[in-house]
Design a protein around this ligand. Structure first.
Ligand SMILES: *Cc1c(COP(=O)(O)O)cnc(C)c1O
Length: 392
């Protein structure tokens, strides 16, 4: 969080409004790294190695170090990462894959695209992450994999999930698009980074994620050498040797420009996460007495990286509060307004009338506040004071 010069009370609100409040402020973040980013881009232009340039391998190595993962394979985006991970498991048409119903569409999309059956389960009301009892109830003889999503910056509770998966011999693919850098502490005290706990982890460098590039980007991580080799082959047209294709693959690459930009930004990821957490802490403190909302809460073992700060608004007044804040120049977002099983695209995968209690409730009550690495105390005070002034 940026400290700003003290401003006399009377001009404070006026001052705030001189700069628009954004959900996300990438410009200010990148301004601070303008020179190194421009030099990195210039280096790539000079090399003309736009595809598979050396920056890509360097980034894979650096990200593997950051995550303490054995293998990182960069790819074109987070959705591809999920698709390639599923392709590497060689599932059969109709095999069932369990996922939370309260997530971004990409998680379900790739399952359906590969001819597999998405099985949507409920989430935990407090953490927004996949419910263990939901998974237990959904497992059948056709279940092959679980995709927990580490939503809004917090790793799902992976220890019981991995035990369950092991007991049923299921693969676990972590959708870590929103929580790069988040951690999970196990009962024996070990701490692992999200994305390195299941068989395969997937992440995204979409600009608004914890580590964003300047376009699309993604990566896949694993500690299993055979899977790593297969994943790298699938992402590269199913070939290990050029023009000899062992399996049907796809063309999914992180381009060298994006890798070069990510190489500049990765060393700052911990600072970015600290800045996000400071914003989250500010909101927690300032809004603790806001009577119309339940603030997000986190398990001690899975502290959040605050990719989002999501309130649950009581009494069906979410949309009214959203409108009120918009009038005061404060943007908010609804992640997600409609459960996946109610999306037209997925109607053929769910029984008629299918409904999950917590997911339904969340879709009607969630409201995400502005959060990014460059927020000032001034902006945060204005946002919180305005929220506290709301009257139903
Ligand atoms: C952003 C996101 C993705 C997809 O990432 P892209 O890079 O945009 O393809 C997948 N899953 C979740 C939960 C996401 O938030």
């Amino acid at each position: 969080m940026r400290k700003t010069e003290p401003v006399p009370e009377r001009s404070r609100r006026a001052n705030i409004l001189l700069k628009k409040i954004d959900m996300v402020d990438l410009l200010s973040q990148h301004k601070k790294l303008e020179q190194p980013i421009l030099s990195a881009i210039q280096r790539v232009i000079n090399s003309s190695a736009f595809i598979k340039g050396e920056e890509v391998a360097i980034f894979e190595k650096k990200l593997a170090e950051f995550l303490q993962a054995d293998y990182v394979i960069a790819c074109a985006n987070g959705t591809d990462a999920l698709q390639i991970a599923l392709m590497a498991l060689e599932l059969k048409p109709g095999d069932e894959v369990i996922l939370p119903a309260f997530t971004y569409v990409a998680t379900a999309e790739v399952i359906a695209l590969l001819g597999l059956q998405p099985v949507m389960v409920d989430v935990d009301e407090n953490t927004f992450n996949i419910s263990l009892s939901g998974i237990i109830n959904a497992i059948t003889s056709r279940t092959r994999a679980i995709i927990p999503v580490h939503l809004f910056g917090q790793c799902a509770d992976m220890e019981p999930l991995m035990k369950l998966a092991e007991a049923h011999q299921l693969f676990v693919i972590e959708d870590n698009a929103q929580s790069l850098g988040a951690t999970c502490r196990f009962l024996d005290g070990t701490i692992k980074k999200a994305g390195t706990i299941g068989h395969i982890g997937c992440t995204s460098f979409f600009p608004t994620k914890n580590l964003g590039c300047m376009g699309d980007g993604g990566a896949i991580m694993t500690n299993l050498p055979a899977l790593a080799e297969k994943i790298r082959m699938i992402a590269n047209h199913g070939q290990k040797k050029k023009y000899y294709h062992e399996v049907v693959g796809c063309n999914s690459r992180l381009d060298t420009l994006q890798a070069a930009i990510l190489n500049v930004k990765l060393p700052h990821l911990d600072t970015y996460l600290e800045a996000r957490k400071a914003v989250g802490a500010f909101y927690q403190k300032a809004l603790k007495n806001f009577e119309y909302a339940i603030l997000p809460s986190y398990l001690p073992a899975t502290p959040t990286t605050c990719n989002q700060f999501t309130l649950k608004i009581k009494d069906g007044i979410r949309d009214r509060l959203k409108e009120y804040l918009a009038e005061k120049g404060i943007p908010t977002m609804i992640y997600y307004p409609l459960p996946l099983y109610k999306q037209q695209a997925f109607s053929k995968y769910v029984p008629v009338g299918f409904s999950l209690q917590v997911t339904e409730k969340l879709c009607e009550s969630v409201l995400a506040l502005p959060i990014h690495t460059e927020m000032t105390e001034e902006e945060l005070s204005y946002i919180c004071e305005t929220i506290l002034d709301f009257r139903n």
